[in-house]
Design a protein around this ligand. Structure first.
Ligand SMILES: *Cc1c(COP(=O)(O)O)cnc(C)c1O
Length: 376
């Protein structure tokens, strides 16, 4: 069997309201940077996150740009060790290097596939001078936030939360993207909602948000002429792009529910195979951005074999994020684990991201499940 139409991993799903906001920007000839859609997008995001208290949001050109400004706000300086999630997308870590920081990679734990609090504690023992922790929530499953925050507090470290994959996920009813001093979400094309490309910095600290805005708009000092006392960036989101984001935000919960339905169908369809789904904590509600499976270590089926079988059938699956400590570009960086065999290497070796596009039909997903079952 082969699908005529490709079954993708995760693509944008538009609804129509996006166009209304974009049209308004055109009608008012308000296309250029900043403007009412940026303001609206920021305040609507703050309202969405209000259960965590008052948040100040800054719409930016990408999640990576938001992470870069978060590094600056956290005070990362050349030569500083920065303790980072190891199994994540490189965009979590690259901004550390933009500021000259030295990433130290922290292994994952098996209950959420996120940063292991025990390994983080070991890292502080080795790097007592470390002042910043960058934590990603993988595939929309919240990390062990109580434990992580306790370790950060014990060592007086600033927490930066990379919630690029975790918008609409909660831990003990608190939304991801509100746990750190500085937090980041992404609206890249494959994320749970998209503005076509963009990101947001989220912080409870209004002064920090204003400072980030200053850097993001070329660090222009308040003077009648162009006056610069710091290096700036051009990181702001455009009013058109923000319009798409506003329309998408209206459908965030709906997207989350559709993602969860996909996860549940895989969970049921793959039951009694030697596989498990990506795990999460009972006290959290993931956004189920991507459904992943982990093949038992004593099973002879290789995830790459499954990926190839799906590719032959016109179905897109992807490997798990390859751990940062095994990336050539970070070969000189330290890696801290509390396990005998690094847990994230084991997940990388046995895991696979499954198609999780919310436009996938039940019939298509049943077909995908059947193909996976045939590999065993
Ligand atoms: C997508 C992603 C980013 C980067 O976001 P962009 O908006 O694409 O720059 C950062 N971290 C993680 C974990 C991501 O998945």
């Amino acid at each position: 069997m082969r699908f005529e139409k490709r079954v993708p991993l995760s693509t944008p799903t538009m609804h129509g309201e996006e166009m209304t906001f974009v049209q308004e920007a055109f009608d008012k000839n308000w296309i250029a940077p900043l403007g009412f859609n940026c303001d609206g997008f920021e305040s609507e995001m703050a309202a969405y996150l209000q259960e965590a208290g008052e948040m100040h949001c800054l719409a930016l050109s990408s999640g990576t740009a938001a992470l870069h400004l978060a590094m600056k706000l956290a005070g990362v300086k050349a030569g500083d060790p920065v303790l980072c999630s190891d199994m994540t997308f490189a965009a979590t870590v690259n901004p550390v290097c933009y500021e000259g920081g030295i990433p130290v990679f922290i292994d994952a734990e098996p209950d959420t596939w996120n940063m292991d609090p025990a390994a983080l504690e070991l890292a502080f023992a080795k790097y007592p001078q470390a002042k910043v922790v960058v934590l990603a929530h993988l595939y929309g499953s919240p990390a062990k936030m109580d434990e992580i925050r306790a370790v950060c507090q014990r060592h007086d470290a600033v927490l930066v939360e990379d919630a690029a994959e975790a918008l609409a996920a909660t831990y003990k009813n608190q939304p991801c993207g509100t746990f750190g001093a500085y937090n980041v979400v992404s609206f890249n094309g494959n994320k749970i909602i998209t503005s076509s490309g963009g990101g947001m910095l989220i912080t409870p600290d209004k002064a920090a948000r204003d400072k980030a805005l200053f850097w993001a708009t070329q660090a222009r000092e308040p003077a009648p002429w162009y006056q610069h006392e710091e290096i700036g960036y051009n990181y702001r989101m455009s009013n058109v792009v923000a319009g798409i984001g506003r329309g998408q935000l209206l459908h965030l919960e709906e997207h989350r529910d559709a993602k969860e339905a996909i996860y549940r169908r895989y969970e049921q369809g793959l039951a009694n195979l030697p596989v498990r789904m990506n795990p999460y904590l009972a006290e959290s509600t993931p956004n189920f951005w991507l459904s992943c499976m982990l093949i038992d270590e004593d099973c002879s089926v290789d995830p790459m074999t499954v990926m190839q079988a799906l590719a032959d059938a016109n179905v897109e699956a992807r490997p798990i994020w390859k751990p940062m400590h095994s990336q050539p570009v970070f070969a000189d960086c330290d890696f801290i684990t509390a396990a005998d065999t690094p847990l994230d290497e084991r997940i990388f070796a046995r895991g696979l991201c499954l198609p999780s596009d919310i436009k996938m039909t039940t019939e298509e997903q049943d077909g995908v499940i059947e193909m996976i079952r045939n590999c065993f």
